[in-house]
Design a binder for this molecule. Sequence first.
Ligand SMILES: *[C@@H]1O[C@H](CO)[C@@H](O)[C@H](O)[C@H]1NC(C)=O
Ligand SMILES: *[C@@H]1O[C@H](CO)[C@@H](O)[C@H](O)[C@H]1NC(C)=O
Ligand SMILES: *[C@@H]1O[C@H](CO)[C@@H](O)[C@H](O)[C@H]1NC(C)=O
Ligand SMILES: *[C@@H]1O[C@H](CO)[C@@H](O)[C@H](O)[C@H]1NC(C)=O
Ligand SMILES: *[C@@H]1O[C@H](CO)[C@@H](O)[C@H](O)[C@H]1NC(C)=O
Ligand SMILES: *[C@@H]1O[C@H](CO)[C@@H](O)[C@H](O)[C@H]1NC(C)=O
Ligand SMILES: *[C@@H]1O[C@H](CO)[C@@H](O)[C@H](O)[C@H]1NC(C)=O
Ligand SMILES: *[C@@H]1O[C@H](CO)[C@@H](O)[C@H](O)[C@H]1NC(C)=O
Ligand SMILES: *[C@@H]1O[C@H](CO)[C@@H](O)[C@H](O)[C@H]1NC(C)=O
Ligand SMILES: *[C@@H]1O[C@H](CO)[C@@H](O)[C@H](O)[C@H]1NC(C)=O
Ligand SMILES: *[C@@H]1O[C@H](CO)[C@@H](O)[C@H](O)[C@H]1NC(C)=O
Length: 342
Amino acid sequence: IGVIAMSLLCSLVAVQLIVPVSAAGDEAALLAFKAQLSHGDSLASWNTSASFCSWEGVTCHRRPARVVALRLNGTGIAGALSPAIGNLTFLRMLDLSFNSLHGDIPASLGRLRRLRSLHLYDNSFSGTLPANLSSCVSMIDMRLDNNTIGGYIPTELGEKLTYLARITLRNNTFTGTIPSSLANLSHLQSLDLSTNQLVGSIPPALGSIQSMRYFNLARNNISGMLPPSLYNWSSLEFLYVGFNMLYGSIPDNIGNKFPKMKALSLSSNNFIGVLPSSLSNMSDLTILDLWKNKFRGYVPPTLGRHGALQQLTLVDNKLEADDNKGWEFITSLANCSQLERQ
Ligand SMILES: *[C@@H]1O[C@H](CO)[C@@H](O)[C@H](O)[C@H]1NC(C)=O
Ligand SMILES: *[C@@H]1O[C@H](CO)[C@@H](O)[C@H](O)[C@H]1NC(C)=O
Ligand SMILES: *[C@@H]1O[C@H](CO)[C@@H](O)[C@H](O)[C@H]1NC(C)=O
Ligand SMILES: *[C@@H]1O[C@H](CO)[C@@H](O)[C@H](O)[C@H]1NC(C)=O
Ligand SMILES: *[C@@H]1O[C@H](CO)[C@@H](O)[C@H](O)[C@H]1NC(C)=O
Ligand SMILES: *[C@@H]1O[C@H](CO)[C@@H](O)[C@H](O)[C@H]1NC(C)=O
Ligand SMILES: *[C@@H]1O[C@H](CO)[C@@H](O)[C@H](O)[C@H]1NC(C)=O
Ligand SMILES: *[C@@H]1O[C@H](CO)[C@@H](O)[C@H](O)[C@H]1NC(C)=O
Ligand SMILES: *[C@@H]1O[C@H](CO)[C@@H](O)[C@H](O)[C@H]1NC(C)=O
Ligand SMILES: *[C@@H]1O[C@H](CO)[C@@H](O)[C@H](O)[C@H]1NC(C)=O
Ligand SMILES: *[C@@H]1O[C@H](CO)[C@@H](O)[C@H](O)[C@H]1NC(C)=O
């Protein structure tokens, strides 16, 4: 009995000690975050006259009172992001998008093991992406578009962020190659690495990600061929690889490999060969952009038969249309009532 009473007493003491300390820690961390901002007029409600759970943009879990979401998107805050943010260890959602935050992304974010969504897009963050983010093992949605973050994409992200469904690094200054470790992200649906300075080829291992729906590598310096393994992505709806240095031909059965394709953009590369007639099997295809490549031969005569096409860009290739057969596809476009331009 003595032992049980003792351990009960201990756990009571532990609860009493841990809960208030952590909640007070959240308040201190939020105030440290605010103190680092050079412009935080929108955070006037962030003062100790009321519980931090009532502060603008803060959402708490009740008992213990801990911050689970911080949503300050588009509130005009400016300045650096305090490393103290890593003390909000119950945080699941951090949305600081559409602001004027600058400086490094703190490595202490790696302490947020419950974090599912990290939205830092449309700011002025610079520096590199800390490998510590790979410790955010609950991450599902990571969006860092429109900043000036550079350096390599950390290999560790692919090894540890098992639940990641979306990662967008669009319009930053990332260099180096696409890590093949990303192939481990078996729930990945959306990968946007466009408008960076990435080099090297597309890792063939990525073909094992069966959930891939949106893949965008446009405007980098990616070379080599599209690996044949990518044609395993039977759920793929958007493929944007324009403005790179890719080459090679397109397989005859592409239309049957990607039955859900909505947008296919290969513009400004060095693709060669004929346009497979299976392209006309993609019944949802709305954008087909092949501008500035070395495709030759006829345009598939039934290309527009499903009527979904809205944008078709074929110029700057070696396509032939010197006789009636070459122009047959125009007839099929009659079904494309929403076609905007050619
Ligand atoms: C954050 O947590 C660390 C370690 O627990 C502590 O030393 C530091 O003072 C905390 N920072 C703030 C601003 O609360
Ligand atoms: C503190 O926050 C409350 C709202 O929570 C606000 O009414 C009050 O004006 C704030 N005080 C200061 C000094 O900003
Ligand atoms: C912030 O994001 C939410 C959804 O995540 C959106 O509803 C809201 O309009 C956004 N606010 C601003 C000011 O952009
Ligand atoms: C980053 O991760 C390493 C290794 O896990 C750890 O030792 C270090 O303390 C972390 N840095 C921060 C700032 O949390
Ligand atoms: C990035 O900036 C561009 C250009 O201003 C804008 O069109 C795009 O919507 C932005 N991306 C995000 C995710 O906000
Ligand atoms: C890239 O992001 C910057 C902000 O960092 C923005 O001003 C610019 O319009 C974006 N460019 C594109 C092409 O989205
Ligand atoms: C994860 O990726 C690394 C690097 O490509 C690889 O060595 C490792 O086997 C992968 N792990 C799993 C579980 O797929
Ligand atoms: C791609 O490489 C070429 C030549 O190597 C270079 O001139 C160009 O700036 C690079 N583009 C990007 C986006 O890195
Ligand atoms: C994907 O495609 C490659 C080559 O086309 C093939 O060897 C592999 O078995 C396919 N399946 C997976 C899950 O990668
Ligand atoms: C289009 O798909 C059908 C059914 O899967 C197939 O029989 C036909 O050969 C395909 N057409 C082309 C041109 O590949
Ligand atoms: C237009 O669509 C109809 C119905 O899907 C189809 O029967 C017809 O062959 C199509 N016309 C052309 C020119 O492809």
